[in-house]
Design a protein around this ligand. Structure first.
Ligand SMILES: Cc1cc2nc3c(=O)[nH]c(=O)nc-3n(C[C@H](O)[C@H](O)[C@H](O)COP(=O)(O)OP(=O)(O)OC[C@H]3O[C@@H](n4cnc5c(N)ncnc54)[C@H](O)[C@@H]3O)c2cc1C
Length: 464
């Protein structure tokens, strides 16, 4: 029986008008889909780019529209564009999908592409804190950042560090409170995080680590609408004019509760093609969906936990995935490449062109430094440094798998052969293109360790 993807589709509804949703609509038209396309958004704005919201908070006072940046002009691409009518419920059966919108409409289509992205985490009771995820959030934050104001940022993650640097540069008095022992510990591990800690002081930001925030309360002046008080677990109290909660993001999938089985983090598990796989909890009513129904559901961008040939199941949160993956997904959805989820060796045997394997990629400009991270570091990796973080100029951290392998492979020179799970480049713009190429493959990167640690040797010349 042909899958819905192979049948002729006459309508697709895309939920989410961010980067992944816009790229999906563009790919549908690029690949010749002439049927009806509906796009539902929640912000009332055309698609724009999020990374500049923190990195260029003060430099760019207008959103970076994707129509200018990528040439994706949604109104010209889609039949029905509703930028302020979010989806509130999804029903899928063997024949169709129905998306109920906030205004009470039912959008009926042959397939749905879910691209509702992520949302910032705001711990319960932190009503006095702001978050940074949307253009509206950025506008509010920008307006508050005047010289001398006191900003407390909770969380020394990617966004916390970026905003702290920008705010301090604008003359704000910035304190960052981090529950872990070092910045970005969860993302980069303790050793590398400790190398980033001095950047805060150098940028004029006070970094407080190893203490959790207990409460964020309204300001001390009764009746004052402004200001907040941050109480720490060790009893300290920080007075602030503004508190930014930068404690992470999670998939914006609450509206799918009861419709589809979700991962513990709220993400939706998809195969390499972006087709929904979530049949893992048969006890959940949503987990009992018929296979033909599930085949009508595709997921892209931050909402997806997507299978990668090297890194396994990769949760969303990567701009580059939202940019690139919709094309593969749309080709599979339209039946142009029905074997998109097959491993490359199977595809090669079938005479199919390889699918580009983009390594998870995060870039960051924080506290006067540039970071590029390719791959997925794990706390179990061995970390080695290429170059000297204390010297001026760039350096890199390589995260090596199989650190416990007692009998590592050796090169003919007797050098240890290592498998790289992730590479962090710091202030090394010239290495970014090269490392991207090395990491964007469908097999793990193996290096001669001795050569890879010598910054005078190009990393590509250390490949085994
Ligand atoms: C401040 C900031 C800085 C960032 N910097 C970087 C960076 O440097 N590098 C990097 O790799 N990534 C970065 N990211 C993450 C990156 O922006 C995301 O990975 C990317 O935007 C994901 O695109 P998306 O389309 O999946 O989701 P989103 O961009 O979140 O878009 C989803 C859209 O769907 C809408 N929506 C939600 N629910 C519904 C619903 N029920 N119905 C209809 N619409 C809905 C949302 O309002 C949103 O407009 C940053 C994110 C932020 C917030």
């Amino acid at each position: 029986m042909p899958t819905p993807s192979a049948q002729v589709l006459s309508s697709v509804v895309v939920v989410g008008a961010g980067l992944a949703g816009a790229q999906t609509a563009a790919a549908l038209r690029k690949h010749g889909f002439e049927g009806r396309v509906t796009v539902l958004g929640a912000e009332g704005l055309p698609p724009y780019d999020r990374p500049p919201l923190s990195k260029e908070l003060l430099k760019r006072t207008e959103p970076v529209w994707l129509s200018d940046d990528l040439g994706v002009d949604l109104p010209a691409l889609v039949d029905d564009l509703r930028l302020a009518d979010p989806a509130v419920r999804l029903e899928v059966d063997r024949e169709r999908v129905v998306v109920r919108t906030a205004s009470g409409d039912d959008v009926v289509a042959d397939a749905v592409v879910l691209a509702s992205g992520s949302e910032p985490v705001r711990p319960a009771g932190w009503d006095s804190a702001v978050t940074l995820h949307t253009a509206a959030d950025a506008e509010r934050l920008r307006a508050a950042l005047v010289p001398g104001m006191r900003l407390v940022v909770v969380g020394a993650g990617w966004i916390g560090a970026e905003v702290a640097g920008v705010a301090a540069g604008a003359g704000a008095r910035v304190t960052v409170v981090e529950a872990g022992p070092v910045p970005l510990e969860r993302q980069l591990g303790r050793r590398v995080g400790s190398l980033l800690a001095p950047w805060y002081d150098a940028a004029g930001v006070t970094l407080v680590t190893d203490v959790a925030v207990d409460q964020v309360l309204p300001g001390s002046h009764e009746g004052s609408p402004d200001g907040a008080r941050v109480t720490l677990a060790d009893g300290r109290v920080l007075e602030a004019d503004l508190v930014l909660a930068a404690v992470g993001a999670r998939p914006a999938s609450g509206w799918l509760a009861g419709s589809l089985p979700r991962e513990a983090n709220g993400g939706l598990r998809v195969n390499r093609a972006g087709r929904f796989m979530g049949v893992r909890h048969p006890t959940d009513p949503a987990g009992r969906l018929h296979l033909d129904a599930l085949r009508r559901v595709w997921v892209v961008g931050d909402l997806a936990t997507r299978e990668h040939p090297v890194f396994g199941a990769v949760p969303g949160g990567h701009w580059s995935a939202a940019l690139h993956d919709p094309d593969v997904t749309v080709r599979a959805l339209l039946g142009l490449d029905e074997r998109a989820a097959e491993p490359e060796h199977v595809r090669a045997r079938l005479g199919l062109a390889p699918i580009p394997a983009h390594a998870p990629y995060v870039f960051s400009q924080q506290l006067a430094h540039d970071l590029a991270l390719f791959g997925v570091p794990s706390p179990f990796d061995e970390v080695v440094l290429r170059g000297d973080p204390a010297a001026s100029g760039g350096w890199a951290a390589l995260y090596l798998e199989n650190a416990l392998d007692r009998h590592p492979r050796r090169t003919p020179d007797g050098h240890r052969v290592v498998t790289v799970r992730a590479a962090l480049l710091v202030d090394s713009p010239r290495e970014v293109g090269q490392v991207r190429k090395l990491m964007n493959r469908d097999e793990p990167l193996r290096l001669d360790l001795t050569r890879s640690l010598d910054p005078t040797i190009k990393l590509k010349d250390a490949v085994v």
